[in-house]
Ligand binder design. Structure first.
Ligand code: FEO
Ligand code: CA
Ligand code: CA
Ligand code: CA
Length: 623
């Protein structure tokens, strides 16, 4: 999303670096070419035993499609590779199920609780099968067994999708709320949608479902893990925990649940009366006006100056677990994963089946985190424990020599014990704990993704305010971003790693592969990396999705969106022959810029929507 103006980190964690030396290192990497960087980097003995694609004998060309030319990726309508087709699915305001309340302008708060939300972002497809069993040791097949349904796993499933931010109160209508109903429309358009979708013929549609639901800002939620029950989550008036907000990117677990991540939650709070921020509130960017949503004007929960609702803001900034196959489940905020501006969460299965979660905190000069469960996830679940409730949270320090360390955010560390009373405080104010440990301030960590060979990739979208480069953030300033890659010791559970820079966006400028501000990211099982952008592209190009061959560094543009949008969210059917992505805030909400997707003659406002992509010959997406 666009709210990237802040810097909340005053810690001065700026590892001393000789800028010249760093730039020399960078030139060396680039001189070796992307192929050299990609193939040569992870050759240390520590990584022996890991599978590398280049060792598998897979010399098939990964990118066979005709790219979208730079000159065609502009204007008010999407463009796609001539080898592919796309279909629009679930625009903002459509009913969750056939027969539900139809989209109308202006929306009503009541209808919006049974309609698709706005600001489509991260999502995941949970297939439903006719028969057979999944192998849940294979991450590509993580999911829930659902027997006896109407279609195959590649034609039928639950789609869980985030609704990051809503312009329904702003660009689409009033500049500020005038009554509580206005606030409720906005709140109900945020959160998560779970819908059941099915392919009939060549077309995907929503279908009747026992488990379709909306989770929004006023939906009851529960807390679990070390902070649950702590005074930091209690308000003086005792109101129960409600809602999730600014749901950005996502993850999914090996046991078949969806993870939604709360990012810029600070922007929804404001102060009606005199208020001054605590150190903790300041570190998370709270201000008297927030992002201008004005919820605090009519909903006391979001008024920082209302003493009855003290601590309400501590209830946001978490990773939330949702069961896409049980609409009665209460969404659970998993506090062991820390409270930051969570972009997303990429789950890996580490050594001895420990669950590992990689997470970016998207703000200039903020950090990368990793959570490791204390034990084998299957064993923990058999014992009735959530693997996401018990474990260790770490923050990353990148050394300029290509090594790195994961620093444990534990109250057992005397440095943290001197500042915090207990582990719940450490987790609730994870950013401050990370400052104290000397984590490396990054150029806005967005999505992370774990490739099957063990490499982890993370987009560092941009940082126009960096004045001092370091190895991991080699440009100062860095207006166009880069992608970093690392590999952890000990199959994701170790406390050290090695890293390199995979791509620097500015190096593509002036070429056909031009892109800037990488954001969404997904590594497929073959060695492709799907890269989505959110920010000013060069030469009038719209935001886009490219595919990289991680073995060679080759890049091709597969899709471009519409003026004023961003491209985000990515998930596939198990056979990878259908891919879902999202167009967020098309035209910036301005119907004079675009009326995409304009599925109805009476609707002219551009609407956020999902895009379903297939290859014309039925092939694997990206090939
Ligand atoms: Fe929600 Fe950092 O993008
Ligand atoms: Ca976004
Ligand atoms: Ca993003
Ligand atoms: Ca972004």
């Amino acid at each position: 999303m666009k709210h990237d103006d802040g810097i909340s980190n005053p810690s001065g964690n700026r590892p001393f670096t000789n800028v010249l030396e760093v730039n020399m290192q960078r030139r060396k990497v680039l001189a070796g070419g992307l192929a050299g960087a990609a193939m040569g980097f992870f050759s240390s003995p520590a990584l022996a035993g890991m599978t590398d694609w280049e060792q598998t004998g897979n010399d098939t060309r990964l990118l066979g499609f005709t790219p979208v030319p730079l000159a065609e990726g502009k204007g008010p309508w999407p463009a796609i590779s001539t080898d592919y087709d796309y279909q629009v699915l679930i625009p903002w305001g459509e009913p969750l199920e056939p027969g539900g309340p139809a989209y109308q302008w202006p929306p009503t708060a009541a209808d919006q609780t049974r309609q698709i939300g706005i600001g489509h972002d991260g999502m995941w497809f949970f297939p439903m099968e006719d028969k057979g069993c999944r192998d849940d040791d294979d991450p590509a097949h993580w999911g829930r067994h659902q027997h006896g349904w109407r279609g195959g796993e590649n034609r039928h499933g639950m789609l869980a999708i985030n609704h990051e931010f809503g312009r329904s109160m702003h660009v689409y209508g009033k500049s500020a709320p005038e009554r509580l109903e206005d606030v409720r429309i906005s709140q109900h358009a945020h959160g998560v949608t779970v819908v059941e979708i099915q392919k009939t013929g060549r077309v995907w549609r929503t279908v009747q479902s026992d488990n379709a639901r909306r989770i929004h800002v006023n939906t009851p939620v529960a807390f679990s893990g070390p902070v649950a029950g702590h005074a930091l989550l209690a308000t003086p008036n005792g109101n129960i925990p409600l809602g999730t907000v600014n749901n950005c990117a996502n993850g999914h677990t090996p046991w078949g649940t969806y993870l939604t991540c709360e990012e810029n939650f600070n922007g929804y709070f404001g102060a009606r009366n005199a208020w001054s921020a605590t150190d903790e509130q300041r570190r998370y960017g709270f201000s008297a006006n927030g992002f201008g949503y004005g919820w605090h004007l009519f909903d006391r929960r979001f008024d920082l100056s209302d003493e009855d609702y003290r601590n309400e803001e501590n209830r946001f900034g978490w990773v939330v677990e949702i069961d896409p196959f049980d609409a009665t489940q209460t969404p659970i905020k998993r506090t062991a994963l820390g409270r930051v501006k969570h972009e997303g969460v990429a789950i890996a299965e580490g050594r001895n089946k420990r669950v590992v979660a990689y997470m970016g905190d998207d703000e200039r000069f903020d950090y990368l985190y990793k959570f490791v469960s204390e034990d084998n996830w299957k064993k923990m679940r058999r014992e009735g424990k959530s693997p996401l409730d018990h474990g260790t949270l770490y923050v990353a320090r990148f050394n300029d020599d290509g090594s790195g360390e994961w620093l444990a955010l534990s109250i057992d560390n005397p440095v943290l014990a001197a500042r915090f009373a207990d582990q719940a405080e450490v987790l609730t104010f994870a950013r401050i704990a990370a400052d104290l440990l000397g984590a490396t301030p990054m150029d806005r960590p967005e999505w992370t993704t774990v490739a099957p060979n063990g490499d982890v990739y993370c987009t560092l979208t941009n940082n126009s305010r960096r004045t001092t480069a370091n190895g991991a953030n080699p440009l100062a300033p860095n207006p166009d971003g880069h992608i970093i890659r690392w590999r952890d010791a000990d199959q994701h559970v170790g406390t050290t790693f090695t890293w390199d820079i995979f791509l620097i966006a500015a190096d593509t400028h002036g070429t056909e592969d031009s892109f800037a501000s990488p954001d969404g990211l997904w590594a497929d099982p073959d060695g492709r990396l799907f890269i989505q952008t959110d920010g000013g592209q060069k030469d009038g190009l719209n935001n886009q999705m490219l595919v990289a061959d991680t073995r060679t560094g080759e890049l091709r543009r597969i899709f471009t969106g519409v003026t004023g949008d961003e491209i985000t969210g990515i998930t596939v059917t198990p056979d990878r022959r259908t891919l879902f992505i999202n167009i967020q805030h098309p035209g910036g909400g301005d119907p004079t810029v675009t009326n995409f997707p304009a599925e109805r003659d009476d609707v002219t406002v551009p609407r956020d929507c999902t895009i379903v992509i297939t290859r014309k010959d039925g092939g694997i997406i990206g090939s």
